[in-house]
Design a protein around this ligand. Structure first.
Ligand code: MRU
Length: 352
């Protein structure tokens, strides 16, 4: 059996990151030594997925403080990392948390040590969250008699420490012998589904098929899917969810076919400061990603659209809470998804 996947590791003052732009063709590890290196890896999606983005950002602050004990390094680490990717709230959550823990100490080795302890605490918290999401999510899917699941993008061990978010209940359902098939949407333009989810499901020995994004609604309408299960990048206070572009369309198709549309994610992905999905900042990436497809295992890309074609590249969309059947977290399941239940999850988190 394959070793559990671990996409990130802090060891010997270095953050080691499995370069996800090269998967599934090459397993190459990046050695990151400072905040700028981490920010660059986040921007090009070498490190990706909301909880993993958070964990890496926390370590990014710690690396910078370990490298430079001067009075300016904390602000520099914060500013370098905070703008790397705007939609996944885990980034701001982790940078703020590690920066606050560090700021309680004067500049120097003590500050750097406090930052590293806090970054490690965030990683451990996310590993525990993933295990609880696996159990809660599998219980829910089992209750709903779900055996064929469609998932979008990648929300597995490459996207979150531990077993991931949406792929964690899937792996657990598989372990319980209750899973028949996973349909993984390819997830244009960067193909996180075809490259990363298929890679993870293959390693886990889970029966799966990759489909083009445009095939999802038709297969759902024909009764070939029992539920849609996705991760999330930011959950607003009213339960609206930002996730990889295309998620909203799958939610509409699930609603029309009257099958469950389930979101899984840790409480660190809830943003109480954002009252609804309309306020979520959507990352717009380089149009070149849309105009091209991968051409080689080096990650090089081949142009498919004519040279002068205008392309738009919103990386996320927002699914309104009323289309979401349930939100599975480490603290339990919100169902239905609304302001009151989201606040309840946060209140429970604050008690710890
Ligand atoms: O642009 P990406 O690959 O970082 O987008 C990732 C997603 O949209 C995931 O579904 C989300 O972060 C949840 S990961 C557990």
């Amino acid at each position: 059996m394959a070793q559990p996947l671990q996409a990130l590791r802090h060891d010997g003052g270095i953050l080691w990151a499995l370069d996800q732009t090269l998967l599934p063709w090459q397993e190459r590890w990046l050695k990151l030594r400072d905040a700028q290196g981490v920010a660059d890896a986040l921007k090009r999606l070498s490190i990706r997925g909301a909880p993993l983005i958070g964990v890496a950002s926390g370590y990014g602050v710690a690396l910078e403080l370990a490298r430079d004990h001067g009075p300016d390094s904390l602000q520099r680490a914060h500013d370098t990392l905070i703008a790397a990717r705007p939609t996944a709230v885990n980034l701001a959550y982790a940078v703020k948390r590690v920066a606050e823990a560090a700021a309680a100490h004067p500049p120097g080795p003590g500050r750097a040590g406090a930052a590293l302890d806090e970054a490690r605490a965030i990683e451990h918290q996310e590993i525990a969250a993933s295990a609880a999401i696996a159990a809660h999510g599998a219980d829910l899917l089992s209750e709903l008699r779900v055996r064929r699941i469609l998932t979008h993008c990648n929300a597995g061990a490459l996207a979150a420490p531990g077993r991931g978010t949406a792929l964690a209940p899937i792996a657990e359902l598989h372990a319980r012998g209750e899973l028949e098939l996973v349909l993984a949407t390819e997830t244009r333009p960067l193909l996180q589904g075809a490259r990363l989810t298929a890679y993870e499901l293959g390693r886990l020995g889970i029966e799966h098929a990759v489909i083009v994004d445009g095939a999802a609604a038709g297969l759902i309408a024909r009764g070939e899917v029992d539920a849609v299960l996705v991760g999330c990048d930011r959950v607003a206070a009213n339960g609206d969810v930002a996730n990889k572009v295309g998620t909203y369309g799958h939610a509409l198709a699930a609603s029309a076919a009257r099958i469950p549309f389930v979101v899984a994610g840790p409480c660190s992905t809830i943003d109480p400061e954002t009252s609804s999905g309309a306020e979520i900042v959507i990352e717009h990436r380089d149009p070149w990603e849309v105009a091209t497809v991968p051409s080689e295992s080096s990650g090089a890309r081949f142009r498919i659209a004519p040279d002068d074609t205008r392309c738009l590249n919103p990386a996320f969309d927002v699914t309104p809470a009323e289309l979401i059947t349930a939100f599975v977290t480490e603290r339990g399941v919100a169902c239905p998804v609304d302001h009151e239940r989201i606040a309840g999850l946060l209140h429970a988190a604050a008690l710890r």
